[in-house]
Write a protein that binds this ligand. Structure first.
Ligand SMILES: CC(=O)N[C@H]1[C@@H](OP(=O)(O)OP(=O)(O)OC[C@H]2O[C@@H](n3ccc(=O)[nH]c3=O)[C@H](O)[C@@H]2O)O[C@H](CO)[C@@H](O)[C@@H]1O
Ligand SMILES: C=C(OP(=O)(O)O)C(=O)O
Length: 422
């Protein structure tokens, strides 16, 4: 494991460019095995999840290479093989190989995925979708075995709750199935639209993505003709917006899709941050006299659960008491004891998190229990006096593209080292 060391107190300024969306990328890479040709992705974030997905691809004889943000994947020599459980467990999105392998081979065997430890994360809706499409599902000792000896057949799938992962897995399994699949109560996240754009450009027939009813007509073959450029990461964008408002003297954030961030930017504006929103960039001036806000996380287009923790340090700067209710992951509270060590007046109770105005933060030895808890520690570490050491920093590197380089270019003082503590 790595640790991140931050010398706090530096004011930030300059420009930062947002990378491709983690949650698109981690679906696009498994989806590549559905293609009958090599595929290429551009603006791929340099994050641990990508490197672990490449290890999983390699185990199936799918060669990939990643250089300067361009990822080439050649699935034409794919073989069925046992997948490396360490890599599978290193991230959440490895479960997309369930849908993709089922689509490609009509069978798949995988251990349960890992990913952020943010409370219970069942996959019953994924399995329900696979069964509806004609697969049998068996579980044994943490391994899931899926098999559709008679192929997959289009059907109507009603999701009991809005799930990004289950919607994507149903698309992956249905895209080469026979006939028409209709997914109702589908998730509407932009990353799902991005995946469907990639698949449709290869000949898939997916309609209605971005609404809660998706209609997929199965096709026999998917062939890539061009490079797919991944959409900007709205969660990375929101993280830099928060840290720029917290510690910036004027920061330009480039490669942003403002429409994907409206629930978030409207909260920043409500707090008193005078954002200058352009078509693909947002300027954050020095922010003063912030007021408290109340946030409730919701599926897209609501306020993203992945942005509640990155907003927390800014809430602590505001006058009054801010609150967060996370309706998606009510147990997403790993940041709280760590932020308390840094002096933040933050507490959880009665199903909500309260954040009181805090004048002063002190550097401390803390632990990134998950990626966005880690983001809140990074921002608070930048605001704090003295040195902050964030252990388990791999959880941050899972999903933040070249974060040390990006922060230091903004005049932060951050480095990564191996952690002897592990
Ligand atoms: C790789 C990726 O894209 N990760 C994102 C994805 O995770 P992920 O796809 O795992 O999250 P879901 O949208 O599936 O989860 C939403 C809610 O549904 C529940 N649920 C989900 C599936 C299921 O079969 N049964 C069930 O009960 C979950 O416990 C959760 O309470 O969406 C989350 C919610 O926006 C984000 O925090 C993650 O960053
Ligand atoms: C929860 C997250 O990721 P994952 O689903 O990949 O664990 C996240 O990105 O905040």
């Amino acid at each position: 494991m790595k640790k991140m060391i931050i010398q706090g107190g530096n004011r930030l300024s300059g420009e930062v460019t947002i990378g491709g969306a983690k949650n698109s990328t981690v679906a696009l890479i498994p989806s590549a095995i559905l293609a009958d040709t090599p595929v290429q992705f551009d603006t791929v974030p340099d994050i641990l999840d990508v490197h672990n997905l490449m290890i999983i691809l390699e185990s199936m004889n799918v060669h990939s290479s990643f250089k300067h943000g361009v990822l080439d994947i050649d699935p034409t020599q794919i073989i069925e093989a046992e997948l490396p459980s360490k890599a599978i467990k290193s991230l959440r999105a490895s479960y997309y190989f369930m849908g993709a392998l089922l689509g490609r081979f009509h069978r798949a065997t995988l251990t349960f995925p890992g990913g952020d430890n943010i409370g219970p994360r069942p996959i019953d809706q994924h399995l329900k979708a696979f069964e509806a499409l004609g697969a049998t599902v068996s579980e044994n000792n943490g391994t899931v075995h899926l098999e559709a000896p008679n192929g997959l057949h289009g059907t109507r799938i009603f999701m009991d709750m809005v799930s990004v992962g289950a919607t994507i897995n149903a698309i992956l399994a249905a895209v080469r199935a026979e006939g028409v699949t209709i997914i109702e109560n589908a998730a509407r996240e932009p990353e799902i639209v991005d995946l469907a754009t990639f698949l449709n450009n290869m000949g898939a027939q997916i309609r209605g993505v971005g609404t809660d009813v998706i209609r997929i007509t199965g096709v026999n073959s998917l062939q890539s003709m061009n490079t797919h450029t991944i959409i900007a990461d709205r969660i990375e964008s929101g993280t830099y917006l928060s840290l720029a408002a917290a510690m910036g003297d004027g920061v330009m954030i480039n490669n942003v899709i403002p429409e994907h961030l409206e629930a978030y930017t409207s909260k920043l504006i409500e707090m008193g941050v005078d954002l200058k929103i352009d078509s693909d960039k947002i300027y954050v001036p020095k922010a003063e006299h912030l007021t408290a806000v109340h946030v409730k996380t919701m599926p897209y287009p609501g306020f993203a659960t992945d942005l509640q923790q990155p907003l927390t340090p800014l809430m602590a700067k505001a006058a009054g008491v801010s609150t967060v209710v996370d309706t998606i992951y009510p147990k997403r509270v790993k940041h709280i004891p760590e932020l308390q060590k840094m002096g933040m007046k933050i507490a959880a109770g009665d199903g909500k998190i309260t954040i009181e105005h805090t004048d002063h933060f002190n550097g401390a030895d803390v632990e990134a229990g998950e990626i966005r808890a880690g983001a809140s520690l990074v921002i608070t570490g930048l605001m704090a006096d003295g040195q902050t050491v964030i252990h388990k920093a791999d959880n941050i590197l899972r999903g933040y593209d070249r974060i040390v380089w990006k922060l230091n270019r903004l005049n932060a003082n951050v480095r990564i080292e191996d952690d002897e503590q592990d």
